[in-house]
Design a protein around this ligand. Sequence first.
Ligand SMILES: Cc1ncc(C[n+]2csc(CCOP(=O)(O)OP(=O)(O)O)c2C)c(N)n1
Ligand SMILES: [Mg+2]
Length: 599
Amino acid sequence: MPPFCAGNSACFGAALVKIAGGEKPAGGAASPEQETTVTDARTNDRTGGEILTDQLLIHGARHVFCVPGESYLAVLDAFHDRDLAITVCRQEGGAAIMAEAVGKLTGRPGICFVTRGPGATNASPGIHIARQDSTPMIVFVGQVARGMRNREAFQELDYPAVFGSIAKWTTEINDAARIPEIVSRAFYTATNGRPGPVVVALPEDMLVESAVVEDAAPFEPIETWPGLTDMTRLQKLLWAAHRPVVLLGGSRWSAAACAAVMRFAERFAVPVATTFRRTHLFDALHRCYAGDFGIGPNPKLRARITAADLLILVGTRLGEMSSQGYSVLGIPNPGKTLVHVYPGAEELGRVYRPNLGINAAPTAFAAALEGLQPPQDICWRDETAAAHADYLAWSETATSLPGAVNLGAVMTFLRERLPADAVICNGAGNYAAWVHRFYRFRQFATQLAPTCGSMGYGVPAAVAAQTLDPSRPVVCFAGDGCFLMTGQEFATAVQYNRPIIVIVVDNGMYGTIRMHQEREYPGRISATTLTNPDFAAYARAFGGFGATVEQTADFPAAFEAAQRAGKPAILHLKIDPEAITPATTLGAIRKAALEQKNR
Ligand SMILES: Cc1ncc(C[n+]2csc(CCOP(=O)(O)OP(=O)(O)O)c2C)c(N)n1
Ligand SMILES: [Mg+2]
C-alpha cells in the first residue's frame, strides 16, 4: 500500500473504523454501499468528541498531529480507543507543519489539533504555509464553552477574525449534531478547487454534549476536468508554436499525473521546467527536463522561458518567486501566448491574462493530455535537447567556494547515494539554494519544502514524512537559524523512533538576511549574527545520533554512520560564512555594493 499516493483514497482503504455494532472499512471510494448510513442513527449516542473522531476515520484520516489542551479533552479521550495514529508534538507550529506536510504528500487534508488561544496562534505558521502552498489541511482548535462566548474568557479568540485572511475557511461547530455535516464540508473545502487550510473551532462544552446523529458518507476529492474544447484549442496552439515551454507547479498532482505529463513531454519533445520548490514534479534526468525555475535559476533557462512563444503553466500561480519578481511575463498581458491551467477558477485572469485559461486540476489535465496529437514535424526538438543539456551542465558539478565543507559536494554525494524515493525536506535560507541546484529529484512526493519561504519547515516536515512511510529515507536540510525555529521536534522524532537525518548547515548567521544587508547596506551588520550550540551534542542529549563535519571528505562516513545508527540523527556541518550562495561570496557582494555606492 503506497502511503504517498495522492488523490486516491484506495491508498488508505485498509484501515478500519471501530464503531458501535462492528467494524467497517473507511476511506475507500464512495461506492453506493458506502453511501448508506455508516452508523445506526437510532442507537448511536456519542459525545461530540467521539462523533468528531469517527468522522476523521470515515473520511480516510489516519494520522493526527497535536499538542494537547484542556479545551479538547473529550477528543483526546476519543482518540484513546480509535484506530488513529497520534503524534504528540512539542509546539503547535511543529504539529501544524506536520499536518501540512501530510497534505502535501498525499493530496488529502492533513489533520492537526491544538488548544485555544496560544495553541491556535502557535499553529499559524502551518496554516499560512498551507494557504500559500495550496495544501489541503484541517486544523481543529479548542474554544471556550458556548455560555462564556464574547466575554474574552480564558484564551478565547474570535477565530474567523484571527484566521480570516489566512485560512480558506474558518468555522465553529456549535451543535454536536452538526459535526458530520461541518467536518464533511471541511474535507471538501480543503481539497476542492485550489486546496487550502480550514480551521474548525470546537467549543469545549459542545465536545462533551451527546447526540444521536448519522455519520457522513466518506469524502472523496472532487476532480476538476478540462473540457474537450479546451484541449482542442491547446492542440491548435501547440501546432502553431515554434518555441513552447511547459512549467509545472502548485498542488493537486499525483504520481500518475506526473507520469502522464512525462509521456506528453516525450511525444511532443517539449521542454518542461518546474517552479520554486516543485522540482519533484518531473524527473530531473528525463531528456525533456529543462530545470528548476526557482530563486536564482540557470540564466539559460530564464532566457528560454523569456524567448518562448508559447508558455503552458500547469497548476502554478507563477507567483513572485517563480516569476522572478513578476518580471518574466507582462501583467496583465503576458506578451506571449499563455495557456494557464489551474484548479481554482478565481486565479485564472487574476494576474496574467491567458490566451487560453483552463480550469482544471493538474491530475485531470495530465490525463487529458494523453488525447493530444503532436505535430508531424516538431521544429523545437533540438531546443529541448539543448535545454536538458543546459540543465545537466548547471547542476552537474559543485561550484568552488571558500571553506572546508562544500555544500554542493554534499548534494552530489547524496544524489548518488540516496534512492530515488528518498524524501528531501528543507525550510528557508540560502543553504537551500544548494539543494535546489544540485540535488536531482526523480520522483513525485520526494520534495517537502515551503514555497512560501517559512523558516523551520524542514524538521517537522521530515517527522511527518517518516511517520507516513517509515520505509523511505528522509533527509532534512536546515540552516542554523532555520533549525532552531522548530528543532524541538527532534524530540518528537526520538519519541516515535523516526530515523530522520537532519543536516544542519551552520554558517553562524541568518545568512540570507546578511546577504541582503551586504547588498543594500554594505558593511553594516545588524541583527544577523548567531552564536550556536553544538548541534551534534544537542542530538545526543535528545537521545539521537550526532556528528560534526568539518571537511567535505568526512561527510560520506558521517552520513553512513547516521544511517547505521538507525535513530534520528543530526549532522552538524561547519560552513564558511563567505560561502553565501553557490555562485558568489559575501565579500564579493559587499565589494560590489560598496563600488556601486561610491560611483
Ligand atoms: C519564519 C521566518 N522568519 C524569518 C524569515 C526571514 N528569513 C529568511 S531566510 C532567513 C535566514 C535563514 O537563516 P539560516 O537558516 O541560518 O540559513 P542561511 O540563510 O544562513 O543559509 C530569515 C531570517 C523567514 N523566511 N521565515
Ligand atoms: Mg545560517
